[in-house]
Design a protein around this ligand. Structure first.
Ligand code: 8X3
Length: 263
């Protein structure tokens, strides 16, 4: 009997589609660039239409295949409508999300906690549920969930984000158990300190000084390209190879709270 993972892909390698959420900046944009360069047709989604359209135009001008679709992953009806526009889908990169606040449990803003749960966890749930039938139907699908090292250990001031990222980790682990035997891989990539244009600034509600302190004295935090490279590597392994969990940190970071700083 033919094992499900040996079912040939419904679409030839030349026409494989990758959906990337949160593709307007940072890790999402870098991943879109790198996946497009492997030959995948990338569908860029994010709330900021102007940014994803500009990136899609840049990739198209470079000879790649890219389209943009404005999407808020917390809006389930919008996610369903987006899924209905796709003929097929082979790869989903759940990247949308982020941190809000770095306050202790005693004083953290419940609104920050709620928004982090909605974007990171429910956003990932919405898009994964909506695209899973297409990923299964493709005969060779891959779901990537961008969690974080915050999904694996806590730190002071991190509880709201840590809780959301732990939930994404659990989502990845549970989904992998539930769909084993179907032709879909579930890959979790958990980055540590990554210096992007927006992550820390968003976390501190626009306070650039606080945001700069996150990376102060750290020789080489990871870049968005470093993480996109690990995501692309994991996706481009042979179909039977499932990278369950890939934890990636800069050399200067030994744990969430043990970071070497030169000043
Ligand atoms: C980002 C890692 O340490 O800021 O996902 O929580 S951390």
């Amino acid at each position: 009997m033919t094992a499900p993972q040996d079912v040939p892909a419904a679409h030839p390698a030349a026409d494989r589609v990758a959906v990337i959420t949160g593709a307007s900046s940072g890790i999402g944009a870098a991943t879109a660039r790198q996946l497009a360069a492997t030959g995948l047709r990338v569908v860029l989604t994010a709330r900021r239409k102007d940014r994803i359209e500009a990136l899609a135009a840049e990739l198209t001008a470079a000879g790649h295949r890219a389209t943009a679709y404005a999407l808020d992953v917390t809006d389930r009806a919008a996610v369903n409508a987006f899924a209905a526009t796709l003929d097929h889908c082979e790869v989903l990169v759940n990247n949308a999300g982020g941190a809000l606040g770095a306050d202790p449990v005693a004083t953290g803003d419940p609104e920050d906690w709620r928004r982090m749960y909605e974007t990171n966890v429910l956003g990932t749930l919405h898009v994964t549920q909506a695209l899973l039938p297409a990923l299964v139907a493709s005969g060779d699908g891959t779901v990537v969930i961008l969690s974080s090292t915050a999904g694996h250990a806590t730190y002071e001031g991190g509880a709201g984000y840590v809780a959301a990222k732990h939930a994404e980790h659990v989502l990845a682990e549970t989904l992998r158990l539930e769909i084993v035997g179907q032709p879909v891989r579930v890959i979790e990539v958990a980055p540590g300190m990554v210096k992007t244009d927006e992550f820390a600034t968003t976390r501190f509600h626009g306070d650039a000084e606080k945001a700069a302190k996150v990376y102060q004295g750290v020789a080489e935090p990871l870049t968005a390209d470093d993480v996109a490279d690990t995501i692309t590597w994991a996706i481009t392994r042979p179909s039977h190879v499932n990278i369950d969990l890939l934890v990636v940190r800069p050399r200067a970071q030994a744990s969430n709270s043990k970071v070497h700083r030169t000043q």
